[in-house]
Design a protein around this ligand. Structure first.
Ligand SMILES: *Cc1c(COP(=O)(O)O)cnc(C)c1O
Length: 367
């Protein structure tokens, strides 16, 4: 089977180095918020080009803590996209605020800036912009709207570490940037982990406290926080993988370029918008024969994935928001015809050839 992600092969490549640092952490006896975590925070903030990095337990908590640090809660509205992983909007509801969705751009799958202003009310406090599948949203337009209407901007960059807009890395535009190191992300831990980055020293200070029970000084609690810390084993593993991230993202781009060359005219291939450096967390094609193609690939031992089959405004969990089918037509049609092909840095040219041949064969038979 050609898998979507291939963490086993990746581990084989890194095994000696990884095993060694895990051993070091075990020997050190320091497991939470120690030197490895500090090192990762410094390296990631340098990599993104921001002042502060804050390790947290996962990407969802990164978003949640960001909303809390920005005092967003009951009575507030937060604008976001319905075409993303559930967590993006889940955290808005979790802090007691209301998610307000706007539809996506059909070419980039990212929130359509032209639709944002129609959704702004006197209750709107923030925008959570998602850089989906590895591509930056239109940050020029989004930052301009946020300045004009005095809105905070949280970047959900969970799928896009290393991606850039006009040469500037995602995560460095908004008040805060949120990253996930879920194992299958472009930079993945061997368990859950996440990070918040910011240039704002006050937010940095507040999040440091919030992630640790609202406490910066032991047994002195200034806020109601939670336990959301990055552990030393994950931090050590991530430091090793971070050294390879640019090379791995480059390999993803190379694979994507080949898919695009060979599949153009056969299926709708993903578009890289102007001024953007895509990191291809996913390579998503669109075809009205999505189900048949996925089944055909499955028979050929090729995995594929659907991200995402149900837009968030149609999720049962958001029934109370009162949205209905037809509210966001681009998100709805995309959910019906999108299909992710295997793309990961460990994929061989031969595997990719097999995938491309299978797709060409499928559409050849239908022609
Ligand atoms: C993965 C992901 C998250 C959540 O990250 P976790 O680390 O799994 O909590 C949030 N938003 C997006 C867009 C994601 O892809």
């Amino acid at each position: 089977m050609i898998p979507l992600v291939d963490l086993k092969t990746e581990y084989k490549v890194l095994k000696d180095e990884i095993n060694q640092v895990i051993g070091e952490v075990l020997e050190s006896g320091s497991f939470i918020l120690g030197s490895k975590g500090n090192k990762l925070e410094e390296e990631i903030s340098n990599y993104i080009g921001v002042a502060h990095g804050l390790g947290v337990a996962n990407g969802t908590d990164a978003l949640l803590l960001s909303l809390e640090a920005l005092n967003i809660g009951y009575g507030d509205e937060v604008i976001t996209t319905p075409f993303t992983f559930f967590a993006t909007a889940e955290v808005i509801a979790r802090v007691g605020a209301t998610p307000v969705f706007v539809d996506i751009d059909p070419l980039t799958f990212n929130m359509s800036p032209a639709l944002i202003e129609h959704a702004i009310t006197e209750r709107t406090k923030a925008i959570i912009v998602v850089h989906l599948f590895g591509q930056s949203a239109d940050m020029d337009a989004i930052m301009e709207i946020s300045r004009k209407h005095n809105l905070r901007v949280i970047e959900d960059a969970c799928q896009s570490i290393g991606a850039a807009f006009q040469g500037k890395k995602v995560g460095s535009f908004g008040d805060v940037g949120c990253f996930s190191f879920f194992p299958s992300k472009n930079l993945g831990a061997y368990g859950d982990a996440g990070m918040i980055v910011t240039n704002d020293s006050e937010l940095d200070c507040k999040i440091k406290s919030l992630r640790n029970h609202g406490s910066c000084q032991r047994y002195v609690h200034t806020h109601i926080g939670l336990n959301s810390r990055l552990d030393e084993i994950q931090a050590a593993i991530l430091c090793i993988k971070l050294k390879r991230l640019d090379k791995w993202n480059e390999r993803r781009r190379e694979l994507a370029a080949k898919y695009t060359r060979r599949l153009t005219g056969i299926v709708d291939v993903p578009i890289v918008a102007a001024d953007r450096e895509h990191v291809f967390h996913q390579y998503c094609i669109r075809t009205i024969q999505r189900e048949e193609l996925a089944q055909f690939l499955q028979q050929k031992q090729i995995a594929s994935g659907i991200y995402y089959p149900i837009p968030l405004h149609l999720q049962q969990a958001f029934d109370q928001l009162g949205y209905k089918n037809g509210d966001f037509p681009i998100s709805e049609s995309t959910a019906q015809n999108i299909l992710a092909l295997p793309i990961n840095p460990m994929m061989t040219d031969k595997q990719q050839e097999q995938i491309i041949s299978a797709i060409v064969e499928f559409f050849g038979d239908k022609a």
